[in-house]
Write a protein that binds this ligand. Sequence first.
Ligand code: SF4
Ligand code: ZN
Length: 284
Amino acid sequence: MDQGGYLNKIFRTIEKYRLVEKGDKIFVALSGGKDSAAVLFALKKFNEERDPDFEIVGFHINLGTIGSEKIQEIVEKQCELAGVKLVVFELKKEGIDLGEIAKKNRRPICGVCGVIKRYLMNKIPRELGATKIATGHHGDDILVFFIKNILGMNYSWIGKFRPKAESDNPKLLTKIRPLFFVGRKENEEFVKNLGVPYVQESLCIYFKEKIKLYEKTNKWYDIIDRLESEAPGFKERLLNSVIKMSTYFESEDQLKFCKICGEPTNTEICAFCRLTGKTKNSKL
Ligand code: SF4
Ligand code: ZN
């Protein structure tokens, strides 16, 4: 797909699902990878070309592991090229050690990493005035996740499969996914064409922990790619169907507020506080 066609698809998604509004302050969650870089540059181009006038801020969590400095450098470069401000949250500086938490809780490190990143990606931007958070989730991700959940008879996520996961909880930021209708290969082509540097996820020293999951996901990517080449338009039709289906599965969980940190959760004490052993007097 040429760059114009790619951006048009994203712009259509932004407009149709009202992902941005005038005056928004949108934090883009940047991992250093190609997908989050693609969302950063696509939003920037949308802001320039369609002029809805919103603010874009890059947000990166430095995991404090080997390789994190290199990843941060690349994120800094991405933001410099995009001409946007970058906010970096460094786990180590805040006394959060992923390896130690995983060991203490006997949990896989990638699971711990996921919980911590999800928590901070909502809390920190919100405290800094964000109105929304944009992520690099793309159509291939969504389809594979959807198929895996359907096969596992897990329907609780379906209500969240939309370009915009709106929140009516004042402490939970609305999430936007401008890349909902484009795939991973198109994202890569887009950032490569722009000359934007990016890192492979495998740069994280813990990547080997989730290599099996990664390989399985890649197999599913191949399957949906084959279906797309056999039946062009398959992905887009299924994605539209997923959005329609999500309206029948509106999220039922009434979010409460964590008894320790006050952040939104559906349990008494949120996963972040349980993992980190946070108390009411902790700094974070
Ligand atoms: Fe986190 Fe690294 Fe695991 Fe990715 S591979 S989830 S960055 S610990
Ligand atoms: Zn909590």
